[in-house]
Structure formats: structure tokens, C-alpha cells
Write a protein that binds this ligand. Structure first.
Ligand code: RIB
Ligand code: CA
Length: 312
């Protein structure tokens, strides 16, 4: 590892955008992936695990341990996004079976052990509902202080959701978990749906560049077919946001952050506004808990994405 090398622990509900985010980490010259922990979200847990293993195989990263985590949110039944990513989370693309099984240790125990035995050595990146992280926090409230930084694709800083009017999917699936993580000590950065809508939309020309990237680009395109079709149905065009790659890009290169501020972020757990993430500006003033990114360097994000997909 060079002194610039970042070591990542990635928590994921491996759907199609998570898979591309994993490839960005696996293929980044200055990044090693210490572990992948899997949580149910986009699709049921076993499909998320399968997709993570397949993605690691694709880029020759079979040595990276993959740990199986929670099969449902802390308190609620699992509600998936199969309607968007496909029942398998990968648009039903023809994919080879994984070359291996997941590791036997539970993901929550793996998170606790890595944090305890390798404190300060890794960056934590979360790409799905925060059920695994919250469970680990219930055991070790200091968990996040043992990572250099936690980058989370979760919530929406402007309160405009993708599941409904107010809630972004990862916060909505397990709002109790998100609330626990936001309140926990430790340096945290939120990449929300707002900045994804603003700076990460994949347009026709971007899809052309993805396909031109070669076999990995073809994979990245095939597994997002249903996302494109969903976008056409919803908006009349295949343009769509790319949330998990955006969060991963920031974790790999903070120079992509154009605007951010620090807020005391809360998550609603009531039924009407479940998953709404909002800042508490009330008095007495409360200490900020999360750095919230509000603008990303779109060109820089896409350059990192295309480089990863072409294996550069
Ligand atoms: O709202 C977008 C997020 O929900 C992404 O992480 C996507 O993969 C889904 O998990
Ligand atoms: Ca995800």
C-alpha cells in the first residue's frame, strides 16, 4: 500500500448501482477493499450477497472477504426496490454463478472486529440501509470513531425523496437504523439523493461511454437495463441518477466535493414522514453531526467512473 492508499470497508445492499460502486473501489489504483458487508435492501439478502460475490469475481477480487449481515431492518419488514433493479437486483442479466461462498462470520461481528483490531486504518462506505451499522453500534456505540471516516449514501438534504415525496430509499427502508447512525459519534459524510439528482445523472452520452469501456462497461450497462426502463416509464427518458457510485467517488476522492456544510441531522421514523432526513436548526443550537454534501463535481465524478469501468 502506498501512503495514498485508502483502505475501505463497504456495506452494501448490492443492487446494480452498488455493483458499479464496488467496481470503482476494486479498480481504483490507490484503494484496497478490506471487506464487504452485505445488508438486505434493493433485493432480499441472498441476492445482495450473490451480486457482491459476482462483482468481486468480475474484477478478480476473490480475496476480499464478503460477510452476510441483516436480512431485514431493525424493526420493520423488508421492503425492496426489486421494481427498479429487477428481482435479482441486476436487471436479470445473464451472470455467472459466484466462484465462492460468503465468509461464515456475521457481517456485524466482522464490522466490530475490524474496528476493534484495526482502529483508524479504514474508511467505512455505506451504500444501503444502515441496519448492519446500527446493529454494530448497539453493541459498540463508539464503532464509527474507529474508522477514519464514514461516507454514506443515505437521505436527502433537501427533503425530496425517491421512494415518496420525502424519503430516500436507504433511509426509508430502515429509518430507525439511519437515526442511530446519524446520532453516533464519529466523522460522517452524507451523500444524499439531492446531490445525486443534481450532479450524477447518467445521460445517453454517458451510457455510450460506459459501453465503450469494454467488458466491465458492458456489465455495468447490462445490470442497469431495468433502471433505464423504469426511468423511461417514470420520466419518459432513460436518464437516471447514480447514487452509490457518487458516494464511492467521494470516499475515493474528496476533491470532488464542491459544496458541503455541517448539520445536526435527524431521521423521521413516524409513518407519514418515515425516512425524511432533516437538519435540526432549533434552539438551543445542537452540535452538527454530519457533513452534508450539496454539490459534487459532475465531470470529475464521471471521469472517475469511466476510468474504473475501463480498468484504468
Ligand atoms: O436511494 C438510492 C439508494 O437506494 C441506492 O443505494 C440504491 O442502491 C438503493 O440502495
Ligand atoms: Ca445501494
Amino acid at each position: 500500500m502506498t501512503d495514498r492508499t485508502r483502505s475501505l470497508v463497504i456495506d452494501t445492499d448490492t443492487g446494480s448501482d452498488d455493483a458499479v460502486a464496488l467496481i470503482m473501489a476494486f479498480n481504483h489504483p490507490d484503494c484496497t477493499v478490506r471487506a464487504v458487508t452485505v445488508v438486505a435492501g434493493n433485493v432480499p439478502l441472498e441476492s445482495c450477497v450473490r451480486n457482491a460475490l459476482i462483482t468481486a469475481d468480475l474484477v478478480g477480487q476473490q480475496q476480499v472477504p464478503v460477510f452476510v449481515g441483516l436480512h431485514k431492518p431493525l424493526l420493520r419488514p423488508l421492503e425492496t426496490a426489486a421494481g427498479i433493479h429487477g428481482d435479482d437486483g441486476m436487471s436479470g442479466a445473464q451472470l455467472p454463478d459466484p466462484s465462492r461462498q460468503a465468509d461464515r462470520q456475521h457481517a456485524v461481528q466482522a464490522l466490530l472486529d475490524i474496528a476493534d483490531q484495526e482502529p483508524g486504518q479504514h474508511i467505512l462506505v455505506t451504500l444501503g440501509p444502515l441496519s448492519n451499522i446500527a446493529t454494530a453500534l448497539l453493541i459498540d456505540p463508539q464503532l464509527l470513531t474507529k474508522f477514519q471516516h464514514t461516507y454514506m449514501m443515505v437521505g436527502a438534504a433537501d427533503g425530496i425523496g425517491n421512494v415518496n415525496a420525502v424519503a430516500e430509499f436507504n433511509a426509508w427502508v430502515d429509518p430507525e437504523a439511519a437515526a442511530l447512525v446519524f446520532a453516533a459519534p464519529g466523522a460522517k459524510t452524507m451523500i444524499g439523493w439531492d446531490v445525486c439528482r443534481k450532479n450524477t445523472v447518467m445521460r445517453a452520452e454517458d451510457e455510450t461511454r460506459i459501453l465503450a469501456a469494454g467488458p466491465i462497461g458492458q456489465f455495468a450497462s447490462d445490470i442497469r437495463r431495468q433502471v433505464r426502463e423504469f426511468s423511461i416509464e417514470l420520466n419518459g427518458a432513460s436518464d437516471h441518477e447514480f447514487p452509490d457510485p457518487a458516494a464511492m467517488a467521494v470516499a475515493l476522492d474528496e476533491s470532488l466535493i464542491v459544496e458541503s456544510d455541517y448539520r445536526h441531522m435527524l431521521v423521521s421514523t413516524d409513518e407519514q414522514t418515515r425516512g425524511l432526513t432533516f437538519a435540526d436548526y432549533g434552539l438551543p443550537a445542537k452540535a452538527p453531526t454530519v457533513r452534508v454534501i450539496t454539490t459534487l463535481d459532475e465531470a470529475g465524478f464521471k471521469a472517475q467512473l469511466f476510468a474504473a469501468l475501463s480498468g484504468l
